[in-house]
Design a protein around this ligand. Structure first.
Ligand SMILES: [Zn+2]
Length: 354
């Protein structure tokens, strides 16, 4: 008899406006994260849903540091945005899908402070809320990709031919409207000052996206890591996105180079807050990641398991290697391991386009 897994249908929260459609979610989580999120959402005593935006669960993790949790409306892993409140300015990290009045929520939490908006990387679940803002910052290698994603039809894939949302019930009117906004690319190491000596540094980490960035809140000693640690399903070495001029950095090699530098700075941060799932990870996980990435570079065929994933270009094989005590690093062995290999694909794409 074949063993059959049950769907992870658990959704205890009823005071938010979005509702999961049972059986439609992709359970992009491991067992530990799943348990963590259940405890957090049911029992964390700072959890609050503000009237101004009923799509977001707000958690106050530090005195001036908030996690803003919202459903991923395309059924993938639910998303964390973060808000740091400095002495004179605040900073919103990622914008999810921008469901509901995100600006109003930030204003209410901060007491109407001016604030900076930044992205960790391109993913619909991290950047489509950018339409709600006039100016957004990201790493300079990610500008092409964010612009490409924030297109006129970027929300279309969420709906079936009858106009119903495929994965989550929400009010279509609460999505932001497409509009132009200013997107500013900044280099690795760029400092955002939030007043006085409160600095947040953009740290370029490559990998999951060519211009993937983390943000180091130096006062709180917190690293906001986007999707570059939570790689179990979404891939660190995906290889170049078609047309991305910086595609060679979507590789394990580029990721390893950058993460190694970050590991040498581990006296600057204590806890890590990612774009999905369990948060407050301890900093040593970075060292385990660097060592695992090094092993992949030595021999990409020495993976632990592989799986097939459906992409627009067809089915691709993704290899996965376990990170001790954590999840996996996943990569496309054909185009997502070495920079030279990926650069050839970038050039080929440019040639074919001419
Ligand atoms: Zn994500």
């Amino acid at each position: 008899m074949e063993l059959k897994k049950r769907k992870q249908t658990y959704e205890p929260i009823t005071d938010i406006k979005s509702k999961k459609i049972p059986g439609k979610e992709h359970p992009y989580s491991n067992y530990i994260s799943w348990a963590f999120m259940k405890q957090l959402r049911e029992h964390h005593d700072t959890r609050k849903v503000y009237d101004v935006n009923p799509y977001v669960e707000v958690f106050q993790f530090e005195k001036n540091f908030y996690g803003l949790f919202t459903h991923n409306i395309d059924g993938a892993g639910d998303v964390w945005m973060y808000l740091i409140v400095g002495p004179e300015k605040a900073m919103l990290i990622d914008t999810a899908y921008g469901l509901g009045d995100l600006d109003g929520l930030v204003r209410e939490i901060t007491g109407n402070m001016p604030y900076i908006v930044v992205n960790t990387h391109t993913g619909p679940d991290h950047v489509l809320g950018n339409f709600r803002f006039d100016t957004v910052y990201c790493h300079e290698y990610e500008v092409w990709s964010v612009r490409n994603k924030c297109s006129k039809d970027c929300f279309d894939y969420l709906f079936d031919e009858n106009g119903n949302c495929k994965w989550i019930h929400f009010d279509k009117k609460d999505l932001p409207e497409y509009r132009d906004y200013e997107l500013i690319g900044v280099p690795d190491g760029h400092i955002f000052n939030l007043g006085e000596d409160y600095d947040v540094e953009l740290i370029w980490t490559a990998g999951h996206a060519a211009g993937h960035a983390m943000y180091l809140d130096k006062k709180n000693r917190i690293l906001i890591s986007g999707d570059d640690l939570i790689s179990a399903t979404n891939g660190v070495g995906n290889g170049p996105r078609p047309g991305d001029p910086y595609g060679k950095y979507s590789t394990i090699e580029a990721y390893h180079n950058q993460m190694r530098k970050l590991a040498f700075r581990n006296d600057e941060y204590d806890y890590i807050y990612g774009g999905h799932f369990a948060v407050g990870l301890e900093s040593n996980v970075i060292i385990d990641i660097v060592e695992t990435a090094a092993k992949i570079l030595e021999d990409p065929q020495n993976y632990d398991f592989k799986k097939e994933r459906k992409r627009a270009q067809g089915t691709v094989t993704i290899c996965c290697k376990y990170v001790p005590n954590f999840t996996v690093i996943s990569y496309n062995p054909e185009k997502g391991v070495y920079m030279e290999q990926a650069q050839k694909i970038v050039e080929e794409y440019t040639r074919n386009k001419k």
